[in-house]
Design a protein around this ligand. Structure first.
Ligand code: HEC
Length: 261
């Protein structure tokens, strides 16, 4: 019994010595800590910033759920809650590439981390570039809210990565062309797609399913300048997300729509 007690006090001594040295070598500030996301670690920002996640810290992400292979998108993570004034973050993906937009984020080991303390509530903006092949991807994050012992996971953001095989490089529409959001959306089973072209050009309007397979060709002809409205009757296709892609000459634009039965 005595030996046991000695052993545990030796252990606490070691832990004490370790914790005295830790801040110098492992401090998250000013460099941030990578490899602490749900993907790479089970302990998150814990062990240093409180041993378990704190439900008072709320980490949320906004940005598209469906992305096209190889294209870049902007995402925003918000962190709220905790007591105190500053926090930080670690963001990673399974496959896609991350780049900072917010100046207080930087890349480390392919992940993004804060490079300075950030006031809470915090807004982190970054660029996500989808992988070159289709499938799925996930964005992971762990963030510290205000207060040294308050951190939490962000619910994983699951993405669908589409490959639009039949289309070469997508250039955004110049002014003088536009593709509007379909209406109604979500729809069942008929929706209308409206677009405008300012020059006579070959026009194609196609529908793709979530795997990037073409399932309908609604327009395929040279059209005169003007406003066009095309109806799509999705009577014999399954519920789910679909894409409509308008190509006018060298330009192409894609939007998504949802069929709910
Ligand atoms: C290995 C221990 C350790 C881990 C893991 C760790 N930190 Fe820290 N962190 C520290 C220490 C120690 C300090 C205090 C540094 C100082 O005061 O110089 C600190 C300070 C900070 C600060 C600045 C102080 C504040 O309260 O705002 C931020 C922000 C921060 N950490 C974010 C994170 C985030 C986000 C994670 C997880 C991705 C993380 N840390 C993981 C040890 C750690």
């Amino acid at each position: 019994m005595k030996a046991f007690r000695n052993c545990s006090s030796t252990l606490s001594y070691v832990v004490l010595v370790m914790s005295l040295f830790m801040p110098k070598t492992l401090s998250a500030y000013p460099n941030g800590v990578a490899s602490r996301t749900l993907k790479t670690s089970l302990s998150g920002c814990g062990s240093c910033h409180g041993s378990s996640a704190s439900s008072s810290v709320i980490v949320t992400i906004t940005g598209p759920d469906t992305v096209i292979a190889g294209q870049a998108y902007t995402y925003t993570i918000n962190v709220a809650g905790g007591s105190g004034t500053t926090g930080g973050i670690n963001i990673a993906t399974s496959r896609g590439q991350l780049d900072s937009i917010s100046t207080f984020l930087k890349r480390a080991s392919g992940e993004l981390v804060h490079k300075q303390k950030v006031a809470v509530p915090s807004t982190y903006q970054f660029l996500y570039t989808a992988p070159a092949s289709s499938g799925s991807d996930t964005i992971f994050a762990t963030a510290k809210g205000a207060g040294f012992n308050s951190w939490n996971w962000m619910p994983n953001k699951n993405l669908v990565v589409l490959l639009l095989t039949s289309v070469a490089e997508a250039k955004p529409f110049p002014t003088g062309y536009s593709l509007l959001q379909n209406f109604p959306n979500p729809f069942n089973p008929i929706t209308r797609i409206q677009y405008f072209i300012s020059q006579s050009k070959p026009v194609e309007l196609k529908i793709y399913d979530i795997n990037g397979h073409e399932i309908a060709k609604l327009v395929n002809e040279v059209q005169q300048p003007g406003d066009y409205t095309v109806e799509w009757d999705a009577n014999n296709v399954a519920s789910g997300m679909y894409f409509y892609r308008l190509t006018v000459g060298n330009y192409t634009e894609t939007k998504k729509m949802i069929l709910t039965r």
